[in-house]
Design a binder for this molecule. Structure first.
Ligand code: XIL
Length: 602
C-alpha cells in the first residue's frame, strides 16, 4: 500500500509514528530552502505570553555557523542567553583577570536587535576556576581539615567581587541573572548539593551572600535561582524548602529558573504543572531557562507533540512564566547533539517541533502547510510543476493554479490534508477526494472539475463503540470495537467470519487497523504469529446490504495489520475473514480490536 507519494492523515500517536517512518516533506517554497524570514516568527507569536529566548555559544557564533544562526535568532527570539560565555570560568579565568570580549559581542548584538539578555550564571560549582577556592598557599580550601574564618572571608570576598564586577560591567543590559545555579542536592538527607565547593566552604550562607550582593549591586535586575529538575517530585520539596527559608530571611530571590532539559517521555505535564503552581505560590516569577527535548529513540513527530504540550502548559501559566529559553538553535550545535533536541535541524531547517510551536492548538503539519504548501504536483518525469497552500481554487482560468493541471500525474499531499476536486465552480457538485497519487490523473480532473479545495482534516477511530453485527458470536462482536485491547471477538466455527460496524453516518475513510491474536495476553503481545488471521478484507457499504472490498490482505502473519486507504466514502464497514489463521484447519480467530479511521463528511 505504501507508495512514493502516499500521504495519510491522522492524529493518534501511533499514527504519527507510522507516518514518521514513511517520512515527511520538508520542502519549503518550490523545492527551495526556507529563508528564515519566510517563516512565522516565534517572537511575534509569543509576544503576548512571554519572552522567547535562545542560548547561543561563541562556538556557534563565529564562522559560518553564526551566519546560519543569526537570521534565525533575529527572526524568532526576543531574549538571549550566553551558553557558556558568562560563566565564571569565562568571565574571570584567573583572579582579577576579567574577560568580557565574547560576552560583550553577544550582549551588543542582543541590544541591537532589541532582545533582552538573561545572565547565566554568577555562582555555580561547575565551569568555575578552582582559583576561587585556593588559599594563599595554593591549597584547595574545601580539602582542608580545618577551614578558618580567614579562608571563609577570602572566598566570600572573591564571590562578592565577582558578582560586583560582572554585574556592574553589564549593568541594565542584563535584565535577569541566574545568580546561583544548581545548588540543590539530588539525594535526600540534605538540601544543598554536597559536592559544591561554595557549600563546602561557606555552608548554606553562600546563597544569601550571593543574592544579597547581587541585589545591592543592581536593584533593577531580576534575580533567579536556576536548577535542573526542580519540577520533579524527587527534588521539588527540597528546592521549595530552600527558597522558602531564603524568602523568610528576606533574601532577594525574585524567580526560579527551571532548566527544562527534557525528553519525549519523562516528567509528565501534570507533574510540571504542579511544580509551576507551587513555585508561583511562593510569589516567584518562573523562567524556563534551558529548554530542549531529547529524542532518544522517539520520532521527530513525537518530539513535536511534546514541545506542543509543554508550550500549551506555559501559555496557560503565562501570568507567572515570563520567559522560555531554548538551549540552542540547531541540533548540530546542541550540547545534546546526539539527541537532536532543538527546533531546527543541522541545515537550519525547521523541524516538526518548530511547526508545533507556531500554533499549539493545531497539529504541527497543519501549521506547516499553512505557511508552506499542502499539496505538490508532479509531472510524469517526477518534476514538481507546482504547489498550493490550503484554500479554495477555481480552475476556469488556465493560469489560476500557476501550472497546467492536465500534465500532472502525481500528487504529494501533506499529512493531515485532503485535496478535493469539484464538478462545479465554488466547490459545488460531485466531489473527488485525494490524499495520494493513487488513482489520480490530472488530465481527467482538468476536464471534469471546475474548482478544488485543499483543507486540513482530523481523523478519529470512527468504529469505536459503534453498533456491531457478526455472522458468528454476534453477541460478542462489540468487544472488537470497545477500545479495550484485552477483550476480543473470537469466533471458532466455520469461516468465513464477518463483523460489521454501523458507523452511524457517512465518513471518508483513510486507514484501518486490526489487532489480532498475537496482540492479546495469551500470545504475549508478539509481533508475528501463525495464529493471526491470514486472509481478510475491509469491506464498505452505503446501506449495510451491498458490500464491496476496498482493501484485501492475503497471507498475513503480523499481529497488527495497519493499512492506509485511498479515500473512500462509507456508512458501514465490515471485516471479512476467509482464512482465520495460516495454520491449516485451525478455525479460531481472535480480533482484539478493529479500528477504522476517518473524517465525517459534511
Ligand atoms: C552546558 C553548555 O551547553 C555546554 O556547551 C557546556 O559544555 C557545558 O554546559 N545546565 C546549565 C548550563 O546550567 O550552563 C549547561 O550548559 C547545561 C546544564
Amino acid at each position: 500500500m505504501k507508495r512514493r507519494f502516499r500521504r495519510i492523515f491522522g492524529i493518534t500517536l501511533l499514527f504519527l509514528t507510522l507516518v514518521a517512518a514513511i517520512g515527511s516533506v520538508t520542502v519549503l517554497g518550490q523545492g527551495g530552502k526556507a529563508q528564515a524570514s519566510e517563516l512565522p516568527s516565534l517572537r511575534e507569536i509569543y509576544q503576548d505570553y512571554f519572552e522567547i529566548g535562545a542560548a547561543v555559544s561563541i562556538a556557534g557564533w563565529s564562522s559560518k555557523t553564526f551566519d546560519r544562526h543569526r537570521e534565525l535568532i533575529e527572526h524568532h527570539f526576543s531574549s538571549l542567553t550566553a551558553e557558556n560565555e558568562m560563566k565564571p570560568e569565562a568571565l574571570q579565568p584567573g583572579p582579577g583577570n576579567f574577560r568580557f570580549t565574547d560576552a560583550d559581542r553577544m550582549v551588543d548584538f542582543a541590544v541591537e536587535q532589541g532582545m533582552k539578555v538573561r545572565g547565566h550564571t554568577l555562582v555555580w560549582h561547575a565551569q568555575t576556576g578552582d582559583w576561587f577556592f585556593r588559599d594563599g598557599k595554593n591549597q584547595l580550601i574545601y580539602e582542608k581539615d580545618v577551614i578558618t574564618e580567614a579562608d571563609r572571608q577570602l572566598v566570600i570576598d572573591r564571590l562578592e567581587n565577582h558578582i560586583e564586577v560582572v554585574m556592574e560591567h553589564f549593568g541594565d543590559k542584563v535584565y535577569a541573572w541566574d545568580v546561583v545555579n544548581e545548588a540543590v542536592s539530588d539525594g535526600g538527607g540534605a538540601i544543598h548539593r554536597p559536592d559544591s565547593p561554595w557549600f563546602q566552604i561557606l555552608g548554606d550562607d553562600f546563597m544569601k551572600i550571593a543574592f544579597t550582593k547581587a541585589h545591592e549591586v543592581n536593584p533593577n535586575v531580576k534575580l533567579f535561582y536556576n536548577d535542573y529538575n526542580p519540577e520533579m517530585a524527587y527534588k521539588r520539596g527540597r528546592t521549595i524548602k530552600m527558597l522558602e527559608d531564603l524568602l523568610a530571611d528576606g533574601v532577594p530571590v525574585h524567580g526560579i529558573g527551571i532548566q527544562g532539559h527534557w525528553s519525549v517521555d519523562g516528567t509528565t505535564i501534570k507533574e510540571i504543572e504542579q511544580a509551576i503552581r507551587m513555585y508561583a505560590d511562593l510569589g516567584l516569577e518562573i523562567h524556563i531557562t534551558e529548554m530542549d527535548v531529547g529524542m532518544e529513540g522517539f520520532t521527530e513527530e513525537q518530539q513535536a507533540e511534546r514541545y506542543r504540550e509543554l508550550f500549551q502548559l506555559f501559555k496557560k501559566h503565562s501570568d507567572v512564566i515570563t520567559s522560555v529559553t531554548i538551549w540552542g538553535i540547531t541540533d548540530d550545535a546542541s550540547w545534546r547533539r546526539d539527541e537532536n533536541p532543538l527546533l531546527f535541524d543541522g541545515n537550519g531547517e525547521p523541524k516538526p517541533a518548530f511547526w508545533a510551536l507556531v500554533d499549539t492548538d493545531k497539529p504541527w503539519y497543519v501549521n506547516k502547510a499553512e505557511y508552506t504548501n499542502a499539496v505538490e504536483f508532479f509531472n510524469s518525469a517526477g518534476e514538481m510543476v507546482g504547489a498550493l497552500k490550503p484554500g479554495d481554487y477555481n480552475l476556469n482560468e488556465l493560469d489560476s493554479l500557476g501550472f497546467n493541471l492536465a500534465e500532472v500525474t502525481g500528487l504529494q499531499v501533506e499529512k493531515g490534508h485532503l485535496i478535493t476536486f469539484f464538478e462545479q465552480e465554488g466547490q459545488q457538485g460531485t466531489a473527488w477526494h485525494f490524499i495520494t497519487t493513487e488513482d489520480f490523473a490530472g488530465g481527467a480532473m482538468a476536464t471534469q472539475a471546475k474548482s478544488l479545495s485543499i483543507a486540513s482534516i482530523e481523523t478519529d477511530n470512527i468504529a469505536l463503540n459503534k453498533p456491531t453485527k457478526a455472522n458468528v458470536l454476534g453477541e460478542r462482536a462489540h468487544r472488537a470495537v470497545d477500545g479495550e485491547k484485552i477483550s476480543s471477538w473470537s469466533p471458532s466455527a466455520e469461516p468465513p467470519y464477518w463483523l460489521e460496524v454501523d458507523l452511524e453516518g457517512t465518513y471518508l475513510l483513510s486507514r484501518w487497523v486490526v489487532r489480532l491474536h498475537g496482540t492479546g495476553p495469551l500470545a504475549g503481545e508478539v509481533e508475528e504469529s501463525p495464529f493471526n488471521a491470514a486472509d481478510f478484507s475491509l469491506q464498505i457499504s452505503d446501506d449495510g446490504v451491498n458490500w464491496q472490498d476496498v482493501d484485501v490482505v492475503e497471507g498475513n502473519t503480523a499481529s497488527i495489520c495497519d493499512r492506509d486507504l485511498n479515500l473512500v466514502k462509507a456508512s458501514y464497514v465490515r471485516l471479512y475473514v476467509t482464512r482465520p489463521t495460516s495454520v491449516d484447519r485451525n478455525n479460531s480467530l481472535a480480533v482484539y480490536e478493529f479500528e477504522v479511521y476517518g473524517t465525517v463528511l459534511d
